[in-house]
Design a protein. Structure first.
Length: 178
């Protein structure tokens, strides 16, 4: 089934909130405190997503959704790199999630292809992203998309637990996905 990628609209916020919550619960089970994952609320997340979308234009943040048969099944977000010491020619993928029911069906690849194309078109020379160290599925996905760990590691705290993250990077000389 064909995946269509388009800019996110305000009408997509509830679907994106569900994808974000379900995506976290699926991807981070066993990697983050289960009590935190169980307490995630789609309605609360929808309020956050609306806020993110309302600030997307002026801040150069791009929100994309993936659709299949009229249903939003994936979401990705790209913007300026937030890490110290980076330049305006480096962008950051803040998020890339597919609904758990469509993982490994091409939704993530289609979102990644559009993200890299848009980053390249914006004049960015490199993309960075952070991935939870134990998220092997995501790490394999990013490696297939041309990203490599750059050696920077940083933990963040989630419900009193330190979660290690690794930074990955990819040059944007060529737009390809294997």
């Amino acid at each position: 089934m064909t995946v269509q990628i388009r800019d996110m609209t305000i009408e997509d916020c509830d679907a994106v909130a569900s994808i974000r919550v379900r995506g976290w619960q699926y991807a981070y089970a066993g990697l983050m405190p289960q009590s935190y994952l169980d307490a995630m609320d789609t309605a609360e997340m929808a309020v956050k997503v609306r806020g993110w979308l309302s600030t997307a234009g002026p801040s150069r943040v791009t929100h994309l959704v993936a659709e299949r048969a009229g249903d939003v099944v994936g979401w990705a977000c790209l913007g300026p790199c937030r890490d110290e010491g980076t330049t305006s020619q480096q962008g950051e993928i803040y998020a890339l999630y597919a609904h758990p029911e469509v993982v490994s069906t091409g939704v993530g690849r289609a979102l990644m292809a559009e993200l890299t194309t848009r980053a390249h078109d914006q004049g960015l020379h490199e993309l960075l992203l952070w991935v939870v160290e134990g998220n092997d599925r995501a790490r394999r996905f990013y490696a297939r998309a041309g990203f490599e760990p750059d050696g920077l590691e940083e933990p963040f705290e989630m419900a009193g637990v330190q979660i290690p993250e690794l930074r990955y990077r990819r040059a944007l000389r060529a737009i390809t996905y294997s």
